[in-house]
Design a protein around this ligand. Structure first.
Ligand SMILES: [Zn+2]
Length: 113
């Protein structure tokens, strides 16, 4: 499962940071996931619940922030949002493959104690 390895590396990164900060436990892990990243949030949650027990992040909340896809329209010199791989500019209706956001898979922030 794709999400299991993604969650595994995100969790390891979070645990590493928590350890360096001298934390006793991790309370919240926030991930930023782009709608075009191909990652299924429910599968990430499932993977987190499988991986977290026995670590400092056991019982922590997983908070997933969804990042919409944003494309750049060169004709209008503006960004617009779309949920598809090829966006159509809402102003001039030209298609754009110039993706500026939406593929994120990153650890946004966390809360530790
Ligand atoms: Zn346009």
């Amino acid at each position: 499962m794709h999400e299991l390895s993604i969650m595994d590396s995100a969790l390891n990164m979070a645990l590493d940071q928590a350890q360096k900060a001298g934390a006793a436990r991790v309370q919240v892990i926030r991930l930023r996931i782009g709608v075009l990243s191909g990652v299924v949030p429910d599968a990430l949650q499932f993977a987190f619940e499988a991986l977290a027990p026995g670590t400092m992040a056991a019982g922590a909340a997983l908070d997933i922030e969804h990042v919409p896809a944003r494309f750049w329209c060169a004709a209008c010199t503006r960004e617009f949002q779309s949920d598809h791989y090829f966006g159509e500019c809402p102003r001039c209706h030209r298609p754009s493959g110039d993706l500026r956001a939406g593929r994120e898979m990153e650890l946004a922030s966390m809360e530790i104690e």
